[in-house]
Design a protein around this ligand. Structure first.
Ligand code: SF4
Ligand code: FE
Length: 490
């Protein structure tokens, strides 16, 4: 692997020249800017773990393409064990960063595209699979971070891509040349985009055959001409504007993945980097496989975050002298129970995974959707319990400036202290950590990342096999299954 360590990953980003804006100004170096550097450090952890003996088996894999050792984040799952190892790895990374480490989006995109382009070639005699494998070998050997770019702006949502007043509301081809295609449009909410090396664009939804120009999958370097990124605002991001404070809550890593708009203004993709061009009938399965892989992750990365939150409130309860109270123990027990229930569904959808015709493995899609749906409830309940245990002070604490002030610092110290043997700074730091991990931006990600709750409910209903369940009920109630009347022919 060319990029071997977290430090080398950070160095590799400095060699790129992406056009990134934040609060109206261009960011020259994402590895140093206070708004983006925490996210860079979180992603760097995906590189760092590969070199730790304890995690090597989880964080790396042997490439089925080259037989070389690669980062698991660039691997195509070859069996159920690979699916399970991914889940275990993501939980550990969640525990170590307390946030989104971003690299799974490209990972899931790679796995979804790999399996689908194989099937397109089988049906249409195209050569997408060979093109994709060539690009993937490059990603694996260089150990690059890829942003999986799926979500289009969608404009007027009562209309499909081809009916929009503005066709750019969905990413589409504006020119086809002998040597490649030119695309225009945008992708929103792109986790980890500003610190990725490559963009893997995919369609956002199943498309009908009139929407061929929108059925595009291809890979583009992050600093390709015509690509502009706008980094999103996050709750309390001004707190890290000048330097990183206690008030940030988690100064080393961000509170959430770090999302950006990616605009494509007539961006050229050379032919050997175009992996789908116009095969609309495969867009539904591509989106579905990508979403299922990503939904499976959420019972892993988010349980890592919940582990941190459970630890934070348990320590805070010790500081505040409430740890032995039965209602506190009961609430902490409930937090652990919800967390492990979520993790179970991530493991379950991996254990129940199956092989696709390409040889790549897929998670069980029903269980993956159930997993993500549960995140949209359990993570919120865990955050509610953490807020309950922590108390109102996490929302009313004076700032770090006051803590360090010569005039009023002594007041903050006196009245924000807990049990005498633990320094007041610990209470404030843990309070800020809980504030950051239960606050606005972090929790929105849990609700809408990997698809909004309704997206999972649609799939759960669709895959619910209601006909079979009705038959089960009828059999036990002694209701015969009536045969459908055959139509008389004239
Ligand atoms: Fe990975 Fe979780 Fe972040 Fe998605 S939300 S990119 S699964 S860490
Ligand atoms: Fe996400």
């Amino acid at each position: 692997m060319k990029i071997n360590t977290g430090a080398e990953y950070i160095e590799s980003l400095r060699k790129l020249n992406p056009k990134i804006y934040y609060k109206g100004k261009r960011i020259e170096d994402v590895t140093k800017h206070p708004a983006t550097s925490p996210h860079v450090r979180a992603a760097a952890m995906t590189y760092a773990l590969s070199n730790q003996k304890k995690y090597r088996d989880l964080a790396t894999a042997i490439s089925h393409l080259t037989r070389r050792r690669i980062s698991r984040f660039t691997h195509v799952h070859q069996n159920v064990e690979d699916l399970i190892k991914k889940i275990k790895l993501l939980r550990i990374l969640g525990q170590k960063t307390g946030t989104c480490f971003q690299r799974c989006v490209g990972f899931d995109g790679i796995n979804a595209v790999y399996s689908v382009v194989f099937e397109i070639d089988q049906k249409h005699g195209t050569d997408y699979f060979e093109r994709f494998k060539k690009w993937l070998r490059y990603i694996q050997d260089e150990n690059l971070m890829v942003v999986g770019a799926m979500t289009d702006p969608k404009g007027d949502r009562s209309k499909g891509p081809t009916d929009q007043d503005d066709p750019d509301q969905y990413l589409h081809v504006v020119d086809r040349r002998d040597d490649g295609i030119v695309i225009r449009g945008a992708k929103l909410h792109m986790t980890g985009a500003i610190n990725s090396h490559e963009i893997l664009v995919m369609p956002t939804t199943a498309l009908d055959e009139n929407a061929k120009d929108y059925a595009i999958v291809g890979a583009i370097p992050i600093d390709a001409p015509g690509v502009t990124l706008i980094f999103g605002r996050q709750a309390s991001d001004d707190r890290r504007d000048k330097r990183e404070y206690i008030d940030v809550g988690k100064s080393k890593f961000g509170v959430v993945g770090g999302e950006a708009v990616i605009a494509f203004d007539d961006v050229f993709i050379p032919k050997d980097r175009v992996f789908i061009d116009g095969e609309t009938s495969f867009t539904g399965i591509l989106v579905y496989r990508f979403a299922a892989h990503h939904r499976a992750n959420y019972g892993a990365c988010k349980t890592g975050l919940m582990d941190v939150l459970t630890g934070a409130v348990s320590y805070l309860a010790q500081i505040q002298g409430t740890a032995k109270r039965s209602h506190i123990k009961d609430k902490v027990t409930e937090m652990i129970h919800l967390c492990e229930t979520l993790y179970s569904s991530s493991i379950a959808c991996s254990v129940e995974g199956c092989q696709t015709p390409s040889g790549a493995y897929m998670v069980d899609t029903m269980l993956a959707n159930v997993c993500k749906q549960n995140v949209t409830r359990f993570h919120f309940e865990v955050a509610r319990l953490a807020t309950d245990i922590a108390g109102g002070f996490i929302a009313t604490m004076p700032s770090e400036y006051d803590l360090k002030s010569e005039e009023v610092g002594h007041i903050v110290r006196k009245y924000f202290s807990g049990v005498s043997e633990i320094p007041v700074e610990d209470r404030i730091k843990i309070g800020r950590l809980i504030e950051a991990m239960t606050g606005g931006t972090a929790m929105v990600e849990s609700m809408h990342g990997a698809g909004s709750p309704q997206a999972q409910r649609i799939m759960i209903f669709r895959e619910g096999k209601l006909d079979e369940k009705i038959k089960l009920a009828k059999a036990l109630a002694n209701i015969p299954n009536k045969k459908k009347k055959e139509k008389k022919s004239d």
